[in-house]
Design a protein around this ligand. Structure first.
Ligand code: AP5
Ligand code: ZN
Length: 213
């Protein structure tokens, strides 16, 4: 399957992705994770992306379309993929359609992580991540077994630079202004399944499974 996950910051895209991936054997392409890796490695791409990311604004369409185009060529992504955090503008959605059309492929489903803005600050400010694996924790909702360390590797957890109440405001603004139109774009194609993303993680997983069955 070729799936897209759309939702505001903190809506649970990164939390649900590994579960979907394990079940359907797809590759998980998260533009935010790829950009953060480029920023910490100080690659030319990372240097260009950092300023927008720190401010909670979107990185340019050309940059992200480039990384997705490259990543989708991996052999592991040929059978299907989960796009987490892409497309985020209508231009990106159109470019994706063009890329897929060249392979005779198309998007199968768009999962819309619908949730009220008011819930998101607590989720974002309590999040801790294990950068190399992308595993995500939350001090209250999904605490690690030992505070501050990854369950699997024992390595330290970190907080994202953009996970502050202040930067969240611009990220939400970008979502409403630039990404909500993408939901309309796919609704017109009849591809959108709406999830109740405010429910506990396990209940959201059940909704995801229903949407994909
Ligand atoms: P990105 O990394 O994509 O961030 P985001 O969209 O803001 O989404 P998040 O990762 O914050 O949220 P999530 O839905 O994955 O939440 P999670 O599951 O972790 O993008 C970062 C930046 O990169 C952008 O601002 C932009 O600058 C740039 N960028 C990326 N893609 C781009 C693109 N296509 N175009 C242009 N620029 C781009 O959950 C959050 C927390 O809540 C966790 O702690 C988790 O444990 C907890 N939680 C999850 N689910 C639940 C639940 N059901 N109940 C209770 N707690 C929960
Ligand atoms: Zn995420």
């Amino acid at each position: 399957k070729r799936l897209i996950l759309i939702g505001p910051p903190g809506s649970g895209k990164g939390t649900q992705s590994p579960l979907i991936k394990d079940e359907y054997c797809l590759c998980h392409l998260a533009t935010g994770d790829m950009l953060r890796a480029a920023v910490s490695a100080k690659t030319p791409l990372g240097i260009k992306a950092k300023e927008a990311m720190d401010k909670g604004e979107l990185v340019s369409d050309d940059l992200v379309v480039g990384i997705i185009d490259e990543a989708m060529k991996k052999p592991s992504c040929q059978k299907g993929f989960i796009l987490d955090g892409f497309p985020r503008t209508v231009t990106q959605a159109q470019k994706l359609d063009e890329m897929l059309a060249k392979q005779g492929a198309n998007v199968d489903k768009v999962l819309n992580f619908a949730i009220d803005d008011a819930i998101l600050e607590e989720r974002i400010t309590g999040r801790w991540i294990h950068p190399s694996s992308g595993r995500t924790y939350h001090t209250k909702f999904a605490p690690p077994k030992a505070p501050g360390v990854d369950d699997v590797t024992g390595e330290p957890l970190i907080q994202r630079r953009d996970d502050t109440a202040e930067v969240l405001k611009s990220r939400l603004e970008a979502f409403h202004r630039q990404t909500e139109p993408v939901i309309d774009y796919y609704s017109k194609k009849g591809l959108v399944a709406n999830l109740h993303a405010e429910k506990p993680p396990k209940e959201v997983t059940v909704e995801v499974q229903k949407a994909l069955s």
